[in-house]
Ligand binder design. Structure first.
Ligand SMILES: Cc1cc2nc3c(=O)[nH]c(=O)nc-3n(C[C@H](O)[C@H](O)[C@H](O)COP(=O)(O)OP(=O)(O)OC[C@H]3O[C@@H](n4cnc5c(N)ncnc54)[C@H](O)[C@@H]3O)c2cc1C
Length: 285
């Protein structure tokens, strides 16, 4: 293990990136470890040992502000919104509400290279990439700082993510902002980025006969039923999509749902409990 790593083990660290966002000297960057999970690495030449990273780490210093027994609702959006969502479409309804009020929404979206990261949007026209579950760990980068800047300007912000990311956001941004709204998703865990990349490469060779670039990926595509663990892939130069599921032998879906490719800290997640981290939690029903 690299000696420069922040003193939090991979069994504890969730990769929430609060440490990187709060470091006053920009001495921390998130990098993939040898198993494909984002971990904080400290640049010794920049670090002055102020200790802010460990003080703010939500995995080391757990905080919560919610009641132990939240009110529970069953709700769903209309057919159009649900067909564009992995579950009942509540995320879209809540996000549209905030955007209608001139606020910002932050959630997980793939870039052109299918790297997942959290992005901040201010328009309904940009909402589509944030919709639907992506079974990958989203890279937070410096988005907590962007959110704090927006809140300081008086804007409303809705942040959505895994419970550990909500804890990270609150730790980095602070608990005092009235216009900061957080939604956590019920979370099974996040898989290794290395496993995901290797899987895409192997399927592309098996399915197209060569290493082909991925051009579309969908988890839980509702064309195959709303509650199936399917994966849908399209590759450049191939007009036949690859569709498979955990029960059909797809190795990514199988290892993910059987908890074989998950981050160590997900196995004993401190945040997937009551009281929840988010103001609202959304899940399958
Ligand atoms: C990795 C993962 C594991 C999940 N495990 C469970 C589970 O065990 N049980 C359960 O009931 N529900 C689980 N869900 C949540 C559920 O499947 C729906 O995503 C959720 O209920 C929201 O549904 P929706 O239709 O309202 O919105 P959708 O449009 O389906 O979801 C969009 C929201 O999900 C967020 N999101 C998508 N992918 C990620 C990601 N990788 N990291 C952080 N945020 C992400 C987006 O930012 C946006 O807020 C999981 C979701 C993910 C991403």
């Amino acid at each position: 293990m690299n000696d420069n790593i922040m003193r939090v083990s991979d069994a504890v660290c969730t990769g929430c990136s609060a440490c990187m966002n709060v470091c006053p000297y920009d001495a921390i960057r998130m990098q993939y470890n040898e198993e494909g999970f984002l971990m904080p690495f400290v640049e010794e030449t920049k670090c002055v040992n102020c200790g802010k990273c460990t003080q703010k780490c939500p995995a080391l210093h757990m905080r919560h502000k919610n009641r132990k027994f939240p009110t529970v609702f069953a709700a769903m959006a209309n057919d159009d919104i649900r067909s564009e969502s992995s579950s009942g479409g509540m995320f879209t309804l809540l996000a549209e509400k905030i955007l209608d009020q001139g606020g910002l929404v932050c959630g997980a979206a793939f870039d052109d290279h299918f790297r997942l990261s959290h992005v901040l949007i201010d328009s309904k026209a940009d909402l589509e990439p944030l919709k639907k579950s992506k079974y990958a760990q989203s890279n937070i980068d410096y988005v907590y700082r962007e959110i704090r800047d927006a809140l300081d300007k008086g804007q409303k912000v809705l942040f959505t993510g895994t419970p550990c990311q909500i804890a990270g956001a609150r730790a980095a941004i602070g608990y005092g902002y009235r216009h900061f709204y957080a939604i956590d998703i019920l979370c099974h865990g996040v898989p290794s980025e290395i496993v995901f990349r290797k899987y895409i490469e192997e399927v592309s060779v098996q399915h197209t006969g060569q290493k082909s670039a991925l051009k579309n990926i969908q988890f839980r595509n509702k064309d195959f039923g709303w509650n199936c663990n399917t994966i849908f892939l399209e590759f450049e130069g191939c007009d036949r999509p690859y569709v498979n599921s955990a029960s059909g032998g797809d190795m990514f879906e199988y290892t993910y749902h059987h908890c074989l490719s998950l981050r160590k800290s997900c196995g004993e997640c401190k945040f997937a409990v009551y009281p929840r981290q988010g103001d609202i939690s959304i899940g399958d029903f």
